[in-house]
Each structure stands twice: as C-alpha cells, then as structure tokens.
Design a protein. Structure first.
Length: 211
C-alpha cells in the first residue's frame, strides 16, 4: 500500500500538471493557461484567436473548445511530465484534458524542441494540433483512436493546425539527401489527409472509418 501511495503521488502530476505549482495562471476562452513565465497578453490573445480559428475548420470541434494548457520553459516541469517524449513540441495524454507545451518564448509564442531542422513551431497552430488529438479521442473513442495509423492521426491534427513542422523546401531537401526526420510522417500525413478529405467531400468520419 505504501508503494502504491508513492507511485500514485509521483504519477498524479501527469494527469494534473497544476500540482507542479506553475507560478502564473490566466483564464482564456480556450481554457485555463498555466505558465512558468508571465506571458505577453497580446501574444496570448493572438494565440487564442489563432487556435479558435483553426479549430473552426474541424467538424469534430464544438463551439467553445477548452483545455488545460501548461506552457513550460523546457526545464524540470517539462521533463517530469513529458519524460521520454521530451523532444516533442507538446504532449497530450488519453486520460487527461491537459496540453503540456515545451520551451516557449513568452513574448513571441515560438516553441522550440531543440532540433536544428524542424525545431520551431508557433503556439496557436500547435495548440490547435493538440486540441485535435482530443477531438479524435472524443468522437471515435479513446481506445479505438489508439488503433488509427499514426500518419492519419498526426496528419489530421496538422491539417487542423493548418501547418506542419517542416516546410515544403525542407522536405524536398531531406528527400534529395535521402534523410529521415521524425516530422516527415506528420507532413506527409497532412498531405494524405488533405487529399482524402478533398476526394470524399470533407467527411472526417469517412477518413477515420477507412481501413
């Protein structure tokens, strides 16, 4: 029982990161935003508008989508919560509404994951991507959504975001040099999703019902 209590104590911030005592907290139309550094109000306002604009492109989204958002400086809080996913831009988990974001500039909203190529994303689009993960889980089931191909899930999330980590030019260069990159499946998935939705009249249900 004692060991179970310790494990529960250690695991609880994974489901409720606010237990890690983030020093700043702001209520926004997309949910409560906790942060390690004080965020520029104009940047945050633009981020909220961009996130909402992108979510409106998805028929899976409701009118006022909200999540808990935790914006880190890439330090101990991020490493504790992200663990083996610490090289990601952000993470969500199937059993929690929380979005935890990697190292973020509090003035520009640029997120960095430490990679030389494909190492930056913008906060509004990234939040739309992460919110879209929850849209998929909510609409198609948390267990069922784990069985969808990675390219389809990440491709749809980038489709909702309206952008990918890599640019067309960067992807072309990688292919010319016969190099791999972890963000390629996101980029190529978004292209495939775009093509499927264009062909099926924009039906997201049909997209995820396909084998």
């Amino acid at each position: 029982m004692a060991l179970g209590a310790v494990l529960l104590l250690l695991a609880s911030p994974l489901l409720a990161p606010q237990l890690l005592a983030f020093p700043h907290k702001t209520e926004t139309p997309i949910g409560t935003v906790w942060s390690e550094e004080e965020l520029d109000p104009d940047m945050l306002s633009l981020t909220v508008e961009h996130t909402q604009e992108r979510l409106r492109t998805s028929p899976l989204a409701e009118a006022n989508e909200q999540r808990w958002v935790f914006i880190t400086d890439g330090g101990w809080r991020w490493k504790y919560v992200a663990n083996i996913s610490s090289s990601a831009f952000a993470i969500t988990r199937p059993l929690s509404p929380a979005v935890i974001v990697n190292r973020t500039d509090p003035n520009s909203g640029v997120i960095r994951n430490g990679r030389e190529l494909g190492g930056e994303r913008e906060l509004g689009g990234l939040l739309a991507h992460e919110f879209a993960h929850e849209l998929i889980r909510r609409n198609y089931g948390r267990l069922a959504s784990t069985r969808f191909p990675t390219w389809k899930v990440e491709g749809y999330c980038d489709y909702v975001a309206g952008e990918s980590t890599l640019t067309e030019a960067q992807v072309a260069r990688l292919k010319d040099d016969n190099e791999d990159h972890p963000a390629l499946i996101y980029f190529e998935g978004r292209k495939r999703v775009e093509a499927i939705l264009k062909a099926n009249g924009g039906s997201v249900d049909a997209l995820f019902e396909e084998g």
